[in-house]
Design a protein around this ligand. Sequence first.
Ligand code: BG6
Length: 472
Amino acid sequence: MVLILVLTGQARRMTNDGSAQTLLILGASGDLTARLLLPGLGALLAAGDAPPLTLLGAGTDEWDDEHWRQRVSDAFGEHRDAGQAARTLEATRYHSADVTKADDLRRLLSDVDGTLSIFFALPPAVTVKACEALVDVELPEGTRLVLEKPFGTSASSAASLNRLLTRIAPEEKIHRVDHFLGKSTVLNILGLRFANRIFEPLLSSEHVESVDIVFDEDLALEGRAGYYDKAGALADMIQSHLLQILALLTMEAPQSLDPQVFRDGTAEALRATRLWGGDPKESSLRARYTAGKLGDRQLPAYAEEKGVDPARETETLAELVLAVDTWRWAGVPFRLRSGKAVANSRKEAVITFKEPQRIPDGLHGPERPNRLRVGFGPDMLALDFTINGPGDPFELDPISLEADFGPGELPPYGEVLRGVFEDDPLLSVRGDTAEQCWRIVEPVTKAWHAGEVPIVEYPAGSDGPDGSLLTA
Ligand code: BG6
């Protein structure tokens, strides 16, 4: 039996001071800009929640302003005519530039109006070069740097990127974007845990058996080999997004949502996180899809996809089991998994509770553990428990209470950009945390590179490989 509740949201207040700002996108002709960044920006502008904004695009493609404006207009979609979006669109400009050259970067700055945010929508290696060039460029006071994942490729490279960035801007002006932090259901974890009396006291090793954080997608490579084949599922999803979810699920109650207080809390949880049992052979799994049918699409094997180097053995599905070594969570396994080309696109965090101490003799029927599930698409919350069902009063019946969160007011990139324009780093990953997230997965990446954990296969369109480490 399922009971469904529907929740309605309250819009957040705009808090920027209304003075002019400029968003300069480096890598403006790329896929990320068109697919995620500009649609998020369009929605934010249309909601009237951004400052008067000049949008500048810079990239290696030889585009003129008209070509760029069309690209922005397509990406703004239904928002293109709404007040602020229409004004930004009309005045937007594009510069063809080599953003790894200080002279080209200086030329771009002559077009800036008001506080500047520089968004690096670039491959990681180019981002580093652009930052090295920026060290020699005098930037306007208060310039913000906005960086995409992957932030480095290891704890030490993330640390050296952090050192480089602080030569350009102070930490509070550096926004390491994780768009999952802009997803309303991810943020709902905070409300669920800390604005209720009834869940939080149960969230500890005393009552929780295990936690699964799963993000399986029915998307496959989708033409992103240039990026994905060097990243793989572990870096693309687990090292970044899923560890942020883990931090929200395991942190202690923050005193407030002040960015420093809140990010201290998530950092503390991640500092306590390590590989379960310490042996990657036991606590990790890597797999890649072979040819198969996904819905009505026939997909080639990942290794046969255009731009993929099969010798890299890039995984399209990764699982790992982590321990959060705190008083509250010691002994509870956290299983994180993300995979591509999986039929059952399952996106949720599931908290599985321990069995009741004892069920009275005389009650009978199916027993299943209590579970609290937070869905990240569809955005929902469910609580599974057992009651005496209809009919025989001594027969047990499983029941689920479900609440439908509905989508957030803004898409995740809109939410994240709002934080940037308001100088609010709450939804950005702090430098030390970015390093911690690499530290957590490093024993696994090392073992995988050394071939200690063989890569297994699953057909595209299946539910993933045999031998999953998940419980729920
Ligand atoms: C991105 C990953 O960060 O997140 C993609 O690079 C993934 O591989 C995507 O598909 C999933 O998030 P969303 O919010 O787009 O479903």
